[in-house]
Design a protein around this ligand. Structure first.
Ligand SMILES: NC(=O)c1ccc[n+]([C@@H]2O[C@H](COP(=O)([O-])OP(=O)(O)OC[C@H]3O[C@@H](n4cnc5c(N)ncnc54)[C@H](OP(=O)(O)O)[C@@H]3O)[C@@H](O)[C@H]2O)c1
Length: 316
């Protein structure tokens, strides 16, 4: 079968290649993939552009966390959906391929008529937004800040926070380009950075890190939680003396780290997100979509930060 693999010696680091078909473990279903989405983290890791403290990806690895398709072989242990079921699938790798062997614990059932390209954006971006917001707690009637709001996670987070009854402040550097669509997704207030916030927020979903995280923490109301999902800025966080004081009006504020890969019980949330995307309640924010033979164009746009939304490759 064909797949996009890591090739550290090649000019593009990621290339379409012929590889052996995956052999599913007993708890894995075999999925015929029709669309997959790209995440900044996996592409930047393959290209070695940001030192994330992780070892380099091995040559030959089939990359791809997010993929949508149809089960062609149900898991041998009897778990998960039957052959013929449309699914959205998540994993550390293996999604950018014609066939994916994937644990049934990370499969969601999709509506039969849903667009696989839209579904493929769900796993990393949609699930991180959903689980990150859940980590903040009950956000009904609360004021929530989403940083890196123009990105894949940020766009889902705006919409999900609105569905959950929050007032959403969206922070993005490129408001001239993205402001109107972030409002259309449900943001009630737009800022160019968290430093501009004058009224405190009850929770933060941070995709950027660095100074933006420090400024977002300063904007946090007592009992508020900042969930640190991403580190797009690549900058360190340096808190000035006093920033962590717990005096009147600033006490009991938390910063929690987040790792989607350490979460569990994905099936129900993936299925729910697939239903929302299928029904058009959630906009997947696709800004680039093409045959996977042209994926290098999307890799470059992603690395150069020109996308502002999700890139989807169609696997034909
Ligand atoms: N912890 C986890 O399990 C987990 C899961 C998913 C994602 N992530 C991480 O979360 C982050 C967001 O993911 P994503 O898929 O949404 O990425 P994305 O689509 O690339 O979006 C990131 C957004 O951050 C903003 N940004 C980028 N560089 C910035 C900078 N130097 N300063 C300020 N803003 C900057 C950009 O918006 P503007 O240019 O419009 O401001 C961009 O739209 C990534 O770092 C990703 O690796 C972590």
């Amino acid at each position: 079968m064909r797949a996009i693999i890591v090739d550290s010696k090649g000019p593009e680091r990621l290339r379409l290649a012929e590889v052996p078909e995956p052999v599913p473990a007993p708890h894995e279903a075999l999925v015929r993939v029709s669309a997959a989405s790209l995440n900044y983290g996996e592409v930047v890791h393959a290209h070695g552009r940001q030192d994330n403290g992780l070892p380099p990806l091995p040559d030959g690895l089939v990359l791809g966390a997010d993929a949508a398709g149809v089960v062609v072989q149900a898991a041998a242990d009897g778990s998960g959906p039957a052959a013929g079921t449309p699914v959205v699938s998540m994993g550390a790798s293996g999604g950018w391929a014609e066939l994916r062997a994937v644990s049934t614990a990370t499969l969601g059932v999709a509506p039969a008529d849903a667009d696989p390209g839209a579904l493929s954006t769900i796993p990393v971006a949609g699930m991180s937004a959903l689980r990150g917001l859940k980590r903040i707690g009950n956000i009904l009637g609360k004021r929530i800040l989403v940083t890196g709001a123009s990105g894949g996670v940020g766009r889902y987070a705006i919409q999900l926070a609105r569905i959950a009854g929050a007032e959403v402040v969206a922070s993005a550097r490129s408001l001239d380009r993205h402001g109107a669509d972030l409002r259309a997704l449900g943001a009630t207030e737009l800022v160019g950075s968290p430093a501009e916030i004058s009224t405190t927020v009850d929770g933060v979903l941070d995709q950027v890190g660095g100074q933006q995280l420090v400024d977002a923490f300063r904007a946090l109301a007592p009992h508020g939680t900042l969930v640190s999902v991403g580190h797009s800025s690549g900058e360190p966080e340096t808190f000035p003396f006093g920033a962590l004081f717990g005096d009147a009006g600033r006490h009991d504020r938390a910063i929690v780290s987040f790792f989607l890969g350490a979460q569990s019980d994905f099936e129900a949330d993936l299925t729910w997100l697939a239903a929302q995307v299928g029904a058009g309640t959630l906009d997947p924010g696709i800004v680039w979509r093409d045959d996977w033979a042209n994926a290098s164009e999307a890799f470059t746009a992603l690395l150069d930060r020109r996308l502002g939304g999700k890139a989807v490759i169609e696997i034909r």
